[in-house]
Design a protein around this ligand. Structure first.
Ligand code: HXC
Length: 273
């Protein structure tokens, strides 16, 4: 099932169509499922976007498709061959974005890696890879974009998770990484607040038709997961897009150091899989 937004989003959303006009969002993992829809929503609301990914072809294709949602040609730039573990790659991507669009107002640090592995089968290299992508990659993204965010008094959003609130089995690597992301976000909220930069996290629960769900479901059907969620449904990428828009919007101008959980109340029950 396709998991993207189209212009009908504007007629059913509560947001003003020009909310992000003149603004630029810089997104790691922007060609993936959740981050792509975050970008689509921002573009539909007037933003320009630079999306970064490891795979050149996939990133450029996603940028071209998302760009069709904009009224202006050339509103979405795809920058491939970026590994968030390498801060130099990110600095070059920031330069390119500023060359193209003149500024960066918002950063979404969404690049992530994950798989199911119990501790016996989780090699040190595998643990390190996920921590390097999810945590070091988030740090590198902020480091590279910070000079631009300082100019625009911009805002940062990390894509976190709820796995580490409880002991989610077979997720030691990503739980450790995302706990670090939450801690990083809290520190940055305090350090960067005086510069006018806000920093928050969004923590998705079980979101249907995403790479995360297909990697992590561990044989449990979506229907069984949905039956356990207090709100009795799985999340949608659009749910995450709404939280993203809120946290970047002026409605959240006094909100920083916050983790917005979007999971239908599920984490209170512990592990659903
Ligand atoms: C055990 C595994 C493994 C698996 C990889 N490894 N997959 N170990 N079970 N299923 C091990 C490898 O064997 C290797 O260790 C080490 O991880 C590094 O793998 P590499 O292939 O060398 O490459 P690298 O680029 O470092 O790998 C990144 C990766 C990979 C994260 C490990 O899975 C990847 O690129 N994934 C694509 C992106 C992705 O995962 N997206 C998921 C998004 S969803 P050894 O010791 O054998 O050499 C998501 C949701 C998170 O993140 C939050 C959920 C709510």
């Amino acid at each position: 099932m396709p998991n993207t937004l189209d212009k009908s989003f504007l007629s059913r959303s509560v947001w003003k169509a020009d909310l992000f006009k003149g603004k630029v969002v810089f997104v790691t993992g922007g060609a993936g499922t959740i981050c792509r829809v975050q970008v689509e929503a921002m573009v539909l609301l007037g933003a320009k976007a630079a999306i970064l990914g490891r795979n050149l072809e996939k990133t450029e294709k996603a940028a071209q498709e998302i760009g069709q949602l904009s009224d202006e040609a050339g509103s979405v730039l795809g920058i491939g061959q970026i590994d968030v573990r390498n801060v130099g790659d990110l600095k070059k991507a920031v330069e390119r974005t500023v060359q193209e669009f003149g500024r960066i107002d918002y950063v979404i640090a969404g690049a992530a890696g994950n798989f199911i592995a119990d501790i016996t089968n989780l090699s040190a290299k595998a643990f390190q890879s996920v921590v390097a992508i999810d945590l070091l990659g988030s740090y590198n993204t902020v480091k590279a974009a910070l000079p631009e965010l300082a100019k625009t008094k911009g805002s940062i959003l990390f894509v976190s998770a709820t796995l580490h609130y409880t002991g989610t089995p077979f997720q030691a690597h990503v739980s450790a990484a995302k706990a670090g992301v939450d801690a990083l976000s809290n520190v940055l909220a305090v350090e960067l607040g005086p510069l006018g930069i806000r920093c928050n996290c969004v923590a998705p629960g079980a979101i249907a038709n995403t790479e995360g769900m297909s990697r992590l479901s561990n044989g449990v059907s979506l229907k069984d997961v949905e039956a356990k969620v207090p709100l009795q449904r799985s999340g949608t990428t659009e749910d995450i897009a709404h939280a993203t828009i809120y946290l970047f919007s002026p409605a959240a101008s006094y909100v920083t150091g916050h983790v917005q959980v979007v999971d239908g109340g599920a984490w209170h029950l512990g592990n659903l899989m």
